[in-house]
Design a protein around this ligand. Structure first.
Ligand code: CA
Length: 229
């Protein structure tokens, strides 16, 4: 669950933001002055900050500047006046988004979700910890169980995914339908091997340009299937 810090001296606004964000499933902490807000913001415990610009003691500008030196997390800046946005942009303040009061709480929630998703995506791309198979235009993320064909994500059922991954991990090896059925469905059955044919057909529709002339999964007549590499 993502944790959000709100630094806002107008308590009614802070409460409204908190209610909506909690309803959306976030864990929220509120600080009502800049000094406590700065301390909390620098704690490293939050995934996103919502900072009011005008605050007692330490303003939102200063909090944003100090957090940016230490952490790369989304920062949403809230201002009472529209012309302040141009001013703070002109100062090179590195906030991710600017919201003018009054704003709708659901708009705030939507923006929070967008920024969190964008950061998660960036962090995910940087870590490269997922187990990925890439063969020409086909990319299989085994960890996330996701598949892309020429950069476009395709949806697979569990068994389709398992079958595709198994074949792609064992390229240039011919497997009979019986063998594939036993390996993917873990059953010693002979009556259900048509299931394999059906799944291969579905997979081809998603990964091949031309299912009748497959570039990835070849049919070896009378034997079974082979993943071409
Ligand atoms: Ca204020």
């Amino acid at each position: 669950m993502s944790r959000i810090l709100i630094v806002e001296d107008e308590e009614s606004i802070a409460d409204l933001e908190k209610d909506y964000l909690e309803l959306a499933g976030f864990e929220v902490q509120v600080e009502n002055n800049g000094k406590d807000g700065l301390k909390a913001a620098l704690s490293g415990e939050f995934d996103l900050l919502i900072l009011d610009l005008m605050l007692p003691e330490v303003d939102g500008f200063e909090i944003c500047r100090q957090v940016r030196e230490k952490q790369d997390i989304p920062i949403l800046m809230v201002t009472a006046k529209k012309d302040e946005i141009d001013k703070i942009r002109g100062l090179g303040l590195m906030a991710d988004d600017y919201i003018t009061k009054p704003f709708s709480p659901s708009e705030l929630v939507a923006r929070v979700k967008v920024h969190l998703a964008r950061y998660e995506h960036l962090v995910g791309a940087g870590q490269k910890q997922n187990d990925i198979i890439e063969i020409r235009g086909l990319k299989i993320d085994k960890t996330a169980r996701r598949v892309w064909v020429d950069g476009e994500e395709k949806t697979f059922t569990t068994k389709e995914f398992d079958l595709l991954t198994f074949l792609a991990e064992n390229p240039n090896h011919v497997f009979s339908k019986d063998e594939l059925f036993r390996r993917i469905w873990n059953m010693d059955s002979v009556g259900e091997i048509a299931t394999v044919t059906v799944h291969i057909k579905k997979i081809r529709e998603k990964i091949e340009y031309d299912s009748s002339n497959p570039q990835y999964i070849e049919t070896i007549w009378g034997v079974g299937y082979r993943f071409k590499i």
